[in-house]
Design a protein around this ligand. Structure first.
Ligand SMILES: Nc1ncnc2c1ncn2[C@@H]1O[C@H](COP(=O)(O)OP(=O)(O)O)[C@@H](O)[C@H]1O
Ligand SMILES: CC(=O)N[C@@H](CCC(=O)OP(=O)(O)O)C(=O)O
Length: 284
């Protein structure tokens, strides 16, 4: 008997308690632009999501696409800068953001999930008023912070056997403006409104690193606040960890920041005893 086959069978058998624990669980997965990588990485990600649905979980994909927005802004000769991990967004920029996220990136992910045999529907915060936002701060322009969530549409899609894929673009309170919402912030707001069992933030680093560059596998909210204050958490990791703290306050059970480029990163986290990346939750 081939040893690899035996190992595969054992892995499946060992996954049973996790499959039982997560049956019916809502898992929000943020797929960052830097984690998307090439077509193979995209297909592997899609396969993991389809598997989650197949075993009875309710995954929701919330995606980013920062590098793809940068590429399009470059082509159009529009300059862009970030403040504390968020893109300063003027009128021209928000149009590009909406086109790239709800068009290009969203449909690529929907297509990848369909290609793996799942059913996916793409939507943005504008669809069925899923995410209503107001300006995050005057210096950021059309960057939104979610103020009202209407997640019924996601529950409807769950019951229909469909995987929702959400682009982080929101409508304003007046229903006229368009806001660019950071992908992590959007994922946290959706996870909070759904009181999700897990929020997975897939990125391009193995987890949250301390000042010496080591990944910290377990973090409490207090530890995260201290690391933001002393500067060991910086740049794009700020919205990610702030999102984690807010999501926990709203009743999400745990938030995991992990490397989406690692093959089967989400499955490793959910279905094995090893876990992956940094898990942030209240100390037990
Ligand atoms: N303490 C830290 N641990 C890990 N990454 C950090 C930390 N501080 C800052 N970073 C940066 O945050 C980045 C992840 O954020 P971002 O680039 O916005 O990812 P994504 O596009 O996946 O949302 C990492 O690539 C890293 O450069
Ligand atoms: C306000 C803000 O910063 N919005 C992000 C939205 C996309 C995103 O979050 O993409 P990643 O997850 O790939 O970083 C942006 O304009 O880049």
């Amino acid at each position: 008997m081939n040893r690899d086959w035996i190992a595969t069978a054992r892995t499946l058998s060992e996954a049973l308690p996790y499959l039982q624990r997560y049956s019916g669980a809502i898992v929000v997965v943020k797929f960052g632009g830097n984690a998307m990588g090439d077509a193979t990485a995209m297909a592997e990600f899609a396969r993991d999501i389809v598997l989650m649905k197949q075993v009875g979980m309710n995954p929701v994909v919330v995606h980013g696409g920062g590098p793809m927005i940068n590429e399009m802004l470059d082509k159009l000769g529009i300059k862009s800068e970030f403040i504390r991990g968020k893109r300063v967004t003027d009128k021209n920029t928000v149009e590009v953001v909406e086109m790239v996220l709800t068009g290009l990136v969203n449909k690529r992910i929907v297509q990848a999930i369909m290609d793996e045999g799942g059913r996916a529907v793409g939507l943005s915060g504008k669809d069925d008023d899923l995410m209503v936002a107001e300006a995050d701060g005057p210096e950021l322009g059309f960057v939104g912070k979610p103020v009202e969530m209407n997640v019924q549409v996601l529950r409807d899609l769950f019951s229909a056997g469909i995987i929702p894929v959400v682009a982080p673009v929101a409508t304003g309170m007046d229903m006229l403006e368009t806001f660019n919402v950071n992908g992590d912030t959007a994922a946290g707001a959706i996870a909070g409104a759904l009181r999700a069992d897990r929020l997975l933030l897939l990125t391009d680093v193995p987890g949250v690193k301390d000042a010496s560059g080591e990944v910290v596998t377990q973090l409490s909210p207090d530890q995260v606040r201290a690391m933001i204050a002393d500067g060991s958490i910086a740049g794009g990791m700020i919205p990610k960890t702030e999102t984690a703290l807010e999501a926990l306050e709203k009743g999400v059970r745990a938030v995991v920041i992990l490397d989406g480029r690692l093959p089967n990163a989400s499955l490793l986290e959910l279905f094995t005893e090893h876990g992956a990346g940094s898990i942030i939750r209240e100390p037990r």
